[in-house]
Ligand binder design. Structure first.
Ligand code: PLP
Length: 389
């Protein structure tokens, strides 16, 4: 790509696009195609394609080494996993959660008759702010759902204090945070849910996982995710079909064997963006907090329109003209979406940090399909976009 040395070099102003083909946020990682095909071939020959097969069991064992939780149940996606997890933990009524998340967090609750109640997030990490949650607690509160957004872990200890005080279960949506762990063991909820959707660092085409240290919660999750059956195939309670299939598990096994290598690549891209964007006024990489392992699943910048001379939407358009497909993760906040914006029950507290972040955040391409050179080129385009805004 020719460096963007003048305004007219930018595709937005008529120049040649920096990338001949689209470069996207969330292109699936396929680190071990042959191994996947081998495993899926074996599953087909066994004629054991679903119903808690050997590959699902194997994947659960491998995932457990990463979640560090005693009990791990693989599921068909994280949306159903969230529903199973909160039901297994006894969440009822209103659930306090961030508005600043992917809509699945709110939809999953709403779909099973729970009421999302949105609290604000921390401006540095984008994760649920325990002080805001405390303000949102009411006699109707039946649970708290923290979201480890972009791989940034919530203030788990702070949320645990609020949950204890309120006497309600604390559950975590870790959909974006496989591979992230606190360095020190700490309180971290009665259950947490991971996603292995195609766009996630580790993918199973579609998939999810409920992880818990509680044997009781685990027993309920196992049963609920399989039509309410117990081990003896008696129906012992309510249930749904949230089971992972063998093909998804094969993809999970093949990919998890490369997780450490993938984490290194994501971290290298994050550091490279940090260096490349350090001198660009008004475009700030969202912090990856210290004191945790991070998967850098998303590289997110915050655009300050005053300092940058252009706003987030304009920057996204300018990058789009170069075939750089960014994502406004997460914008708008759930409380601005139609199912949640009509009813004041969803917004009992101030959401000003959420409002500001949703106007400013932009996720940049990263992952296995992105090269270090791509990262440099994208950073250069951002610098030029700001320079010639
Ligand atoms: C924060 C969050 N929660 C829930 C989900 C839903 O995950 P899935 O697509 O596996 O159902 C996602 C997925 O993108 C997510 O980012």
């Amino acid at each position: 790509m020719r460096a963007k040395r003048s305004r007219s070099d930018l595709a937005y102003y008529g120049g040649t696009p920096g990338f001949a083909e689209d470069i996207r946020v969330g292109t699936p990682n396929v680190p071990a195609k042959e191994r996947y095909l081998e495993l899926v071939n074996e599953a087909i020959d066994r004629r054991w394609l679903s119903n808690l097969g050997p590959l699902v069991r194997q994947f659960e064992g491998l995932a457990a080494q990463r979640t560090l939780r005693a009990h791990n149940t693989a599921t068909n996606n994280a949306t159903t996993a969230l529903q199973v997890a909160v039901k297994a933990c006894g969440v009822t009524g209103e659930v306090i959660m961030p508005s600043f998340t992917f809509v699945a967090t709110a939809h999953a609750m709403n779909w099973i008759g729970l009421t999302p109640v949105f609290a604000d997030v921390d401006p540095e990490t984008g994760t649920l702010d325990p002080r805001s949650v405390a303000k949102a607690v009411s006699p109707r509160t039946g649970g708290i759902l923290g979201v480890h957004i972009w791989g940034n872990l919530c203030d788990t200890a702070g949320l645990d204090d609020v949950a204890r005080e309120a006497g309600v279960p604390l559950v975590f949506d870790s959909a974006q945070s496989f591979g992230c762990r606190p360095l020190l063991p700490g309180p971290s909820g009665t259950a947490e849910v991971f996603s292995f959707h195609a766009t996630k660092i580790l993918n199973c085409f579609e998939g999810g996982l409920v992880a818990t240290d509680s044997a009781d919660v685990h027993a309920r999750v196992r049963s609920m995710h399989n039509f309410g059956f117990d081990e003896a195939m008696n129906v012992v309670g309510p249930g749904t079909n949230a089971k992972m299939n063998e093909s998804s598990a094969a993809m999970g096994i093949a990919s998890i064997e490369h997780l450490d290598d993938m984490l290194k690549i994501y971290r290298a891209h994050y550091l490279r963006y940090r260096e490349g964007l350090a001198a660009v006024p008004g475009v700030t990489l969202m912090a990856a907090p210290d004191g945790q392992t991070h998967n850098h699943q998303y590289v997110v910048v915050q655009v300050d329109p005053e300092a940058a001379g252009l706003d987030r939407d304009r920057l996204a358009d300018m990058l789009g003209a170069e075939n750089i497909r960014t994502k406004k993760y997460f914008s708008p906040g759930c409380h601005r979406m139609r199912p949640y914006r009509q009813d004041a029950v969803h917004t009992p507290v101030d959401l000003s940090v959420t409002e500001a972040l949703t106007e400013r955040v932009l996720a940049l391409p990263t992952g296995l399909s992105v090269t270090p050179d791509d990262v440099d080129r994208i950073s250069d385009v951002i610098a030029a976009a700001v320079r010639y805004a």
